[in-house]
Design a protein. Structure first.
Lengths: 92, 178
């Protein structure tokens, strides 16, 4: 059953990757990136149970946090055009 | 399967022109690499790869982009024949070199014979840290790790000095300081 779940997640990853490559707008790509990160978390969790080591769940949690930070950074970049360093922006 | 992902992402990075998309794809590349590390049971390496590759370097690259432009110029097309030949030759040589290497996870490999048994057997008594990797990094190779920390610290200071110089040159801040 875990194998089937892993396969399903892999298919979803391929779909996300396609959207990432084709994505006409940047927002499609951001969404694809975010959901690909989520699929990564799922993959690690499922692989942990498949290999009989449920403590991989902690690692999956850390991945979720990292994914969140990356998405926030990209979105902030598109909202403000910078990452919050106003003095540099004014000097130009 | 995962390696196929890597190949697809790498070609996309070469092909695309939008630098933001390239940065996102590079983050994706690190995530897939980290999954491969987890599958190969090197969890701590995967941790580092995900934190540095997918997390911090994405943010740093975006910060760079906010200082420069977003689209990359179309590169000139130089004669690519000789570089391709060199690359293919190097690749073939490297692949030929891997034939002599022991198989992955082979217990008779030199890696498993040299100092690893001592670490595995004696490190709980000698160091007392439950995690073997930590005891190797922090105790057996303590000076090595200290040097690495010094290098990283120096690099961080250098980058900070560069950025502060750039900030000080803006005209209105010059008046405040003088």
């Amino acid at each position: 059953m875990f194998t089937a779940a892993l396969f399903a997640v892999a298919v979803a990853m391929i779909l996300c990757l396609l959207r990432m490559l084709l994505g006409p707008t940047v927002y499609d790509r951001i969404l694809a990136l975010n959901s690909f990160g989520t699929k990564t978390v799922l993959t690690i969790a499922i692989a942990g149970f498949l290999m009989g080591r449920p403590d991989f769940l902690d690692i999956a949690l850390v991945y979720a946090l990292i994914n969140f930070i990356g998405t926030i950074a990209i979105l902030k970049f598109f909202e403000y055009g910078t990452l919050g360093d106003e003095s540099l922006e004014e000097s130009e | 399967m995962l390696l196929a992902f890597l190949v697809v992402i790498a070609f996309a990075v070469i092909h695309l022109r939008d630098l933001v998309a390239i940065i996102m794809l590079a983050g994706l590349y690190s995530l897939v690499t980290a999954i491969i590390f987890v599958v190969m049971d090197a969890v701590d390496v995967a941790f580092t790869e995900a934190a540095v590759g997918a997390g911090i370097s994405t943010v740093l690259m975006l910060a760079t982009l906010s200082l420069t432009g977003r689209l990359r110029r179309e590169p000139r097309r130089p004669r690519a024949l000789i570089p391709i030949i060199v690359v293919i030759l190097t690749g073939v040589t490297l692949i030929y070199g891997t034939f002599d290497m022991p198989h992955y996870g082979d217990p008779d490999a030199p890696v498993q014979q040299h100092v690893a048994p001592r670490y595995i057997n004696d490190s709980p008594n000698e160091v007392g840290v439950p995690n073997m990797v930590t005891s190797v990094l922090a105790s057996y190779r303590g000076f090595d790790t200290l040097g690495e920390v010094a290098v990283i610290f120096t690099a961080g200071i250098a980058v900070m000095v560069l950025l502060m110089n750039r900030r000080r040159r803006s005209p209105d801040e010059d008046k405040e300081q003088s």
